[in-house]
Design a protein around this ligand. Structure first.
Ligand code: CA
Length: 439
């Protein structure tokens, strides 16, 4: 497991003044990303307060050496795949070096200050070329709530507490926060009708998930032991697995989600490293007394002891009417990463257990991480009980599902005693009208 070191120290402050006390990116965070300025090429950077430090420029000016230099050079191609492939050692060395450069009193402070960009003037991109995207179903409260809608007497299917359920998602439509997307068209079969029609999704939903960036990965035919899986996790983000519920209900049997999910996935663009999240590790606690013992390939004592994360997750809705009136986004959910039934290491071990190779820059979604109560629902499907119970909005409006112009905004924050709180940065996107259906 990752350890606490000087880079986490609560008294550590940065000469980048807006980083001190910053809700997302204090010097204890240092997430990695890919940014551009105007039409400039894509560059690697680290978030510090309201600024971005250009990693390539740090290399060019001789600010980095050793393993940190190797790590920064691996980030110079416009994607972070090669950096993710290096694994924990070089990534930690880069963190230690960047922490020193950005800390109060560094000798090259003036030079480094000239390599900062205002984040508000930059565009953040999907930070890696995603080879494969896999979505799990590890949120136990989501699985229970959705299961209850369809099977009140037996909400969880018999496999749920034995096998981390997942499906292969679509990598091409993963977009960075801020990129609007069109409501999908699809086949829908209204209740009471015997035949489907084709048109704009009527039940568009969000899913509040933790995204997981894969690091080195495995060669085909080998499996990653659960005890070594943490070494293959390069970082985390927020992930919105937009879902067309009406399309999903009609298409999903017998092979699972297809076009109801593949039209768009939104992620927060910063890769928050396992090192940054070290203070927010907790014991795995989502299992209940009497639950079946997982098979040995999914069980590691150290992973159970500290392999879960305690990060608050929030989902907000901003409607066109609220935006026009200058109102603040309305919070739909406050949940937490603790509500994952499987640890990230268990997901990695399970995914590779059949010999399937994971590659640097692959992306996992945790599954919708709802809390145990209604104020923690990580999807409208749960919040409105399948659309039957609309939610009331503070401006007098209501929603069953998302309407055109609606924006969903996720936030994530780690807080722990003795640690500086850190955030993931926003994961947000606006729903645009559906394109005219093909006739
Ligand atoms: Ca999902």
């Amino acid at each position: 497991m990752t350890n606490i070191d000087a880079t986490h120290h609560i008294t550590l402050q940065s000469w980048v003044a807006d980083a001190n006390g910053h809700a997302e990116f204090p010097i204890q965070n240092l997430p990695l990303g890919i940014f551009s300025r105007g039409a400039d090429e894509r560059r690697a950077g680290v978030a510090i307060g309201d600024h971005i430090l250009d990693l390539g420029a740090c290399v060019a000016h001789g600010l980095l050496g050793g393993a940190a230099l190797a790590a920064a050079r691996a980030a110079s191609s416009g994607t972070l795949n090669d950096l993710l492939a290096l694994g924990a050692g070089p990534r930690r060395a880069l963190r230690v070096a960047l922490s020193a450069i950005l800390a109060n009193g560094h000798r090259a402070q003036d030079l480094a200050a000239s390599l900062l960009h205002e984040a508000a003037r930059c565009t953040l991109h999907v930070p890696a070329a995603i080879g494969d995207y896999t979505d799990f179903y590890a949120g136990i409260h989501h699985a229970l709530a959705v299961g209850k809608l369809f099977r009140p007497d037996a909400p969880l299917l018999p496999n749920y507490k034995h096998v981390p359920i997942g499906y292969h998602g679509r990598a091409s439509s993963v977009r960075a926060s801020g990129v609007a997307f069109h409501r999908p068209n699809g086949q829908r079969k209204p209740a009471g009708s015997t035949v489907p029609d084709f048109g704009p999704c009527r039940n568009l939903d969000f899913e509040l998930e933790l995204g997981i960036w894969i690091g080195p990965g495995n060669t085909p035919g080998t499996a990653i032991p659960v005890g070594e899986a943490a070494g293959h996790v390069a970082g985390f983000c927020l992930l919105n697995d937009w879902s067309a519920r009406d399309v999903q209900a009609w298409e999903y049997q017998p092979l699972g989600p297809f076009l109801a999910k593949s039209f768009a996935t939104t992620i927060s663009p910063w890769i928050v490293t396992p090192e940054a999240l070290a203070p927010f590790r907790v014991a795995q606690a989502a299992r209940s007394e009497g639950d079946p013992q997982p098979l040995p390939y999914l069980w590691d004592a150290a992973d159970q002891h500290a392999g879960a994360l305690d990060v608050d997750l929030e989902a907000y809705l901003l409607t066109p009417a609220m935006r026009a009136a200058g109102q603040a986004p309305f919070r739909l959910a406050l949940s937490n990463t603790r509500y994952a039934y499987w640890t990230v290491a268990q997901m990695v071990a399970h995914h590779s257990s059949n010999g399937c190779d994971l590659r640097p820059g692959d992306l996992f979604g945790s599954g919708t991480l709802s809390g145990p109560a209604m104020d923690g629902c990580g999807s409208l499907l749960e919040l409105t009980e399948g659309g039957r119970t609309p939610i009331a909005l503070p401006n007098g409006g209501s929603r069953r599902f998302l309407e055109d112009g609606d924006e969903i905004i996720f936030q994530a924050h780690g807080t722990a005693a003795g640690a500086v709180p850190i955030g993931f940065g926003a994961c947000r996107a606006v729903v645009l009208p559906a394109p005219s259906p093909l006739s």
